[in-house]
Design a protein around this ligand. Structure first.
Ligand SMILES: [Zn+2]
Ligand SMILES: [Zn+2]
Length: 165
């Protein structure tokens, strides 16, 4: 029987017992890069290449780092996106509404709903959301602790007039 080479692909030390999700090479705990399963939870569709939990250094740098950098930049943009509520309809009546409304459910608070809506708008290339509606309901699963579940929707749009940004 042939002994399998289990040297770490990065530092070459033996008995590396993790596998890189992309190249499948062995990698030791010290050299591995770990990624949480919910690292990209704001994305509408998470690319398969960033769905692994263990990477060797080179695969991480080449495949995960750029996606993570863009993701973090998009979250920062999402924080500054212009939000117009349904009650702002006087201001927004002439805004374009070509996109379908996007919806977010099951968030722990209002801020997260807005941030997730904003992120999806940014991902789709927009800088604002109109007709935004935020809702919440109290839930009491099995008569135990009561908590509030937040949801919301809005239409992504591009606002060009600096008066509104
Ligand atoms: Zn190593
Ligand atoms: Zn690798």
């Amino acid at each position: 029987m042939k002994m399998e080479n289990t040297n770490c692909v990065v530092c070459q030390k033996p008995k590396a017992n993790l596998d890189c999700g992309i190249c499948r090479e062995h990698v030791c705990k010290k050299c591995a890069q770990f990624l949480d399963e919910d690292s990209f939870s704001f994305m509408k569709v998470v690319p398969a290449i960033v769905k692994h939990t263990v990477y060797c250094g080179p695969c991480y740098d080449q495949n995960v780092a750029p996606v993570l950098a863009k993701y973090e930049a998009d979250i920062e943009k999402a924080k500054t996106i212009s939000i117009f509520m349904t009650s702002d309809s006087k201001i927004t009546s002439r805004f374009s509404r070509k996109e379908k409304a996007i919806e977010i459910k099951d968030c722990p608070d209002r801020e997260e709903v807005l941030l997730r809506l904003g992120f999806l708008a940014v991902e789709a290339g927009y800088n604002a959301l109109v007709d935004v509606e935020i809702n919440h309901e109290k839930v009491k699963p099995g008569g135990k602790y009561q908590y509030t579940k937040w949801s919301g929707k809005g239409v992504p749009t591009q606002v060009t007039s600096s008066r509104f940004l």
